[in-house]
Design a protein around this ligand. Structure first.
Ligand code: GCU
Length: 639
């Protein structure tokens, strides 16, 4: 009805010349708008479905947290392995999964029997550890490797047992004594399977098929600027717990409070309804609660706490005791918020003096995985006067946030939604949601972790925006206390006028922005010409900037790859950054050189990204001291 009235009205207004053409134009416009409103409603429907999908995907998972303070038996060490590029141990010649795969760990029954593999005569690899750096022939290997570990196990009565993996890159299938326990996708987050009913006293064989082949629909997808380290890259433990145990808990300061502790405790087992106490002995706090029929209880209580901060990384032993289990964790309490373009730690503005890191072992072509690695890397950041690190582009091993808790270093944690993943693929979204859930589950009690990053350098677009909004929704439902961010890219509103206006910026608390002015974009002296702006009243972290230098190569400041070029670039960058009024932090790219298959330049890169401020030999480059001095100045200014 309305449309007809509109046409009539327009015709009258057209009056004379070319009634027909007007009518035609109008018809096209209307049908177009029909078309596009159809397209719009289809898009709106798709967006709605995506966001709704978040609720559909299980929030719950059975990840056990705080392994360090539980009764565990380590399975680290040498594991027998079979390198299986054709996945012959999994598929038959018709490429159908076979029931007699290598997970059976079969032995010839007699001299006539045909078995074409033998773990016990096979070579070994160290666990934890990536396979690429352990043998030259495996440096570029992407495919399947089967791991086998034999062990005996005396299970105490009324106890349950789980096998726990700190991480395995990328897709793992886990078997015990020939029985499949389950699968896990994602190379940087922990997972566990219950083995109570499968484990024997003697001669258990745990077999894991690990495959790091890159896939377009995976997270990350096929192209990254870091080495695709494969294997059981982090610790493997047997975790023994009571029949009903404290599986997970969230104990932090309530959002916006400096003295109210809030959170929850989740029991796992038949005896769900239990009396539970939460104790902080050092301040004589002991509170009692009761879990419900799902073994869940919300907790809230006031306490006079010394607040955690980089200057005072105060941690408290917090003990949770139920009728059947008890668990202690070392937890710091701090509040983190934003106000306009400021980040407030414990209610006070703080500037994040940061540096980016990959999980690259110091002075090594291996992936970092140990307490010592964490101490060295975070120690170097401290030496640079940092109070903040961006752990890029995936959740690092648990030693990192726990060491950051102790050393008083604030942490940006991120999932590998990196560059251009398949935004419209349901499984890709499920996978990203799962990695996000596992990351937050593992580190939500770490005071050092203040920022959850949803993504890095992803292309602006509707499907991408909705995908990332689904992640924000999940993150906020899992953890209402921390800030949400992402490393985005700038656009321009004129020459030398970068603006931070990514539409996804609406959905985050803190805007991260990567820029390479003076390296990928012009020369260092261009920095001075730039005037930055943003369309948001939010804090901005310049989450990447920098350039490459081969450690020990010296020349004039205009010679690329020289330490002098990198030093000059940093000096010019700092001049530009200091002029940005809404800047709340910086994290240059990157603390140390790191391995990357995208960097083949001979005698300079040799498959190392050379943007480190510290070389692959652990030597500091000149630019390290430029940042150290800049951060010292900021530190002094804060005193
Ligand atoms: C990108 C990206 C990094 C990459 C860096 C570089 O911005 O986020 O992962 O390594 O630039 O080009 O060195």
């Amino acid at each position: 009805m309305k449309v007809a009235k509109f046409i009539r009205h327009t015709l009258v207004r057209c009056g004379g010349l070319g009634k027909l053409s007007c009518v035609l134009v109008l018809l096209v416009a209307v049908s177009g708008s029909f078309g596009c409103s159809e397209r719009l409603s289809a898009r709106a429907e798709f967006n709605h479905q995506r966001l709704a999908a978040v609720n559909a995907y299980p929030l719950e998972q059975n990840l056990i947290t705080n392994i360090d303070n539980r009764s565990t038996v380590s399975l680290n060490g040498k594991w027998q392995v079979i390198i299986d590029p054709y996945e012959n141990g999994y598929y038959d010649y018709r490429y159908q999964p076979t029931k007699d795969g290598y997970f059976k760990n079969a032995k010839p029954r007699d001299k006539t029997d045909l078995v074409e593999y033998d773990f016990d005569k096979s070579e070994t690899l160290n666990v934890p550890g990536d396979w690429n750096s352990q043998q030259d022939k495996l440096l570029f290997y992407e495919g399947t490797i089967w791991y086998k570990k034999s062990f005996d196990y005396q299970r105490k009565p009324d106890r349950r047992v789980f096998v726990y993996f700190g991480a395995a890159n990328y897709h793992s299938i886990v078997y015990l004594n020939g029985q499949k326990l389950g699968e896990h996708e994602g190379g940087f987050t922990p997972f566990n399977f219950e083995i109570t009913k499968v484990v024997h006293e003697k001669d258990n064989f745990l077999v894991v098929k690990v495959d790091n082949k890159r896939r377009r629909d995976a997270v990350p997808t096929v192209n990254t600027d870091w080495w695709n380290y494969g294997g059981l890259t982090r610790r493997v433990e047997l975790v023994e717990v009571p029949e009903t145990f404290i599986r997970d808990y969230f104990i932090q300061l309530k959002k916006g409070s400096l003295k109210t502790v809030a959170g929850w405790i989740q029991l796992d087992g038949n005896k769900a309804e239990q009396k539970i106490t939460v104790e902080i002995p050092e301040i004589s706090v002991k509170r009692a609660f009761k879990s419900n029929a799902d073994g869940y209880v919300k907790i809230e209580f006031d306490a006079e706490l010394q607040l955690w901060s980089p200057e005072n990384s105060r941690l408290y032993d917090v003990t949770i005791t139920s009728e059947t289990d008890s668990l202690t964790d070392s937890i710091g309490f701090r509040s983190i918020e934003t106000k306009g373009s400021k980040i407030l730690l414990n209610g006070k503005p703080i500037f994040l003096r940061g540096i980016c890191m990959h999980e690259q072992a110091p002075k090594s072509n291996a992936r970092a995985c140990s307490q010592e690695h964490a101490e060295t890397l975070l120690g170097w950041a401290k030496e640079m006067n940092c109070n903040f690190v961006r752990l890029a582009h995936y959740p690092h091993n648990e030693y990192m946030p726990r060491t950051a808790d102790r050393l008083g270093i604030l942490v940006w944690a991120e999932i590998p939604v990196y560059w251009t993943i398949l935004w419209e693929n349901e499984d890709t979204l499920k996978n990203a949601l799962n990695q996000l859930t596992e990351m937050i589950t593992r580190d939500k009690n770490r005071a050092s972790v203040i920022l959850w990053s949803m993504a890095n350098e992803t292309p602006v677009g509707k499907a991408r925006n909705v995908f990332l909004r689904a992640l924000v929704k999940r993150a906020k439902s899992l953890d209402p206390t921390r800030l949400i961010t992402a490393a985005m890219e700038k656009s321009y509103k004129g020459a030398n006028k970068p603006v931070i206006n990514d539409p996804f910026g609406r959905h985050v608390d803190v805007l991260g922005c990567n820029e390479y002015i003076g390296w990928y974009e012009g020369l260092p002296d261009k920095c001075d010409l730039y005037t930055w702006s943003t369309t948001y009243d939010k804090p901005v972290i310049i989450s990447e900037f920098g350039g490459g230098a081969l450690g020990g190569f010296h020349a004039d400041k205009d010679t690329r790859w020289s330490e002098e070029y990198q030093e000059y670039l940093y000096e010019e960058q700092i001049k530009m950054l200091e002029k940005i009024p809404f800047l709340a932090g910086t994290s240059p790219w990157i603390l140390t050189d790191f391995m990357s298959p995208r960097r083949p330049l001979p005698q300079i890169q040799d498959y190392w990204n050379r943007k480190g401020l510290i070389s692959d030999k652990g030597e500091k480059k000149k630019a390290f001291y430029v940042m150290q001095r800049f951060y010292e100045k900021l530190k002094q200014a804060e005193q």
